[in-house]
Design a protein around this ligand. Structure first.
Ligand SMILES: Cc1ncc(COP(=O)(O)O)c(C=O)c1O
Length: 417
């Protein structure tokens, strides 16, 4: 929806998105108390405490909980994606497959590494359609970034099989699904590297922040050097015999580490509450003939719920009538590729630093490029699981939603006879 604005230029870019409610572990007294000792120590910077400090503790606990060998906290999920791509050797001339439904950072990260994003359709699970991955692979394809979108997990078995058969790197974007599991493995630990976000709207948060996780010592070492322009001066770090390389600064601070230590403890209980409510709501709405519960690539671990209607109008009406806690996915359009202006128009900061000029073939993005994605998003509504509300209340709301959908369809029927 466009809001009025002073000039045509601002008007063009001022877009408002309705009703996305974010899930996150609450921030409270415990985070507050965890910060005081960090301030008192005066060791606020990443490497001011050679024992690792709160960040070191967070990374060790994260590795334990996620059953992964290496984790590195960064200043953002975007920084984590870029560092992972660079560390994996992705660069100019390479194509990286990304879904057409994700936050723009997933598609921007390959460009920051010198490569170009190639858009892949999603399927009804809201994640990359493995069939379309196969269609989009070219001799230039170097990597896939499957995105576990809105706590929905990707079909990692198919994606890993395709990747291995085609010699592709897999960087999982688990920014929107921190802690979720796919077949007993935490997402972000299945591919070659995972990227996580800890910004304010994610499952655990420290305001802004991110991390990578990997079992590949070389990739980890390269990512650690890249995320820290000064890495060559960190004598205490083991760089796995990698020659020092230049990077950027995506380092996190010990303040973020202190907050994340508290948040990490809240993660699994929160996911358990989400799963309990997922089961209750999907049981109730699943009985309605008006909508279909969105399929899930690992329904036993499901903690994200959407319903799919036959027509886009049905989905729109359902979202309008339920408002709080429900929104039509197409209307959260910042996540839809058709709104990624700088990428669609292939505009970079400096015209000579434009990875689209370094490819063997011309990359074009058209509005119809991922028509399957648009169709699914127009017919789907996301339902908040209300993980902090009592189960009885959540069930009551779900029953009301179901009745509402039924009466809409009765009204339509009467209107047509
Ligand atoms: C799917 C996805 N990827 C990447 C990111 C980037 O994370 P950050 O905001 O921490 O840079 C986000 C954040 O919103 C995201 O939702």
């Amino acid at each position: 929806m466009l809001k009025s604005a002073r000039s045509r230029d601002t008007l063009q870019y001022k877009v408002e998105f309705p009703g996305e409610r974010k899930i996150m572990a609450k921030v409270g007294l415990r985070e507050w108390l965890a910060l005081a000792p960090v301030f008192a120590s005066g060791k606020l910077a990443r490497y001011s405490d050679e024992t690792g400090g709160p960040l070191g503790r967070f990374e060790a606990d994260f590795c334990n909980k996620f059953n992964v060998q290496h984790a590195l906290t960064m200043s953002s999920g975007t920084g984590a994606l870029i560092s992972a791509l660079v560390a994996a050797g992705v660069g100019p001339g390479d194509e990286v497959l990304v879904p057409a439904y994700t936050w723009i950072a997933t598609a921007a990260a390959p460009l920051a590494a010198g490569a170009v994003p190639v858009l892949v359709d999603i399927d009804h699970t809201l994640t990359m359609d493995p069939h379309d991955i196969l269609r989009k692979i070219t001799p230039q394809t170097k990597a896939i970034i499957p995105v576990h979108m809105s706590n929905m997990v990707c079909d990692m078995d198919s994606i890993m099989r395709i990747a291995r058969e085609n010699n592709l790197v897999v960087i999982e974007d688990a920014c929107q699904a921190v802690g979720l599991q796919y077949k007993s493995k935490r997402v972000g630990t299945i591919g070659d590297c995972g990227a996580f976000s800890f910004n304010q709207f994610k499952n655990i948060n420290c305001g802004e922040g991110g991390a990578i996780a990997t079992n590949d010592a070389r990739l980890f070492s390269r990512a650690r050097m890249y995320h820290d322009i000064g890495s060559m001066f960190r004598g205490h770090l083991d760089n796995a015999n990698e020659a020092p390389m230049l990077g950027i600064n995506f380092k996190a601070s010990q303040i973020q580490g202190a907050m994340l230590n508290v948040q990490l403890k809240k993660l699994d209980p929160m996911i358990a509450r989400m799963r309990e409510r997922y089961n209750v709501i999907s049981d109730i709405l699943g009985k309605s003939s008006m909508m279909m519960i969105g399929p899930h690539n690992d329904v036993d671990n499901a903690a994200g719920l959407h319903v799919i209607f036959e027509t886009s109008e049905d989905a729109k009406r359902f979202a309008e009538e339920n408002k709080r806690g429900v929104y039509r996915l197409f209307d959260s359009s910042r996540h839809v590729y058709t709104n990624w202006q700088p990428i669609l128009q292939q505009r970079t900061g400096h015209p000579a630093m434009n990875p689209f000029h370094w490819t063997d073939r011309t990359i074009e993005y058209t509005p119809e490029l991922c028509a399957q994605t648009l169709d699914i998003l127009k017919r789907s509504c996301r339902i908040s699981l209300g993980e902090n509300y009592p189960v009885a209340l959540v069930a009551h709301i779900a029953r009301r939603m179901s009745r509402q959908a039924r009466s809409n369809s009765d009204n339509l029927l009467y209107a047509t006879i």
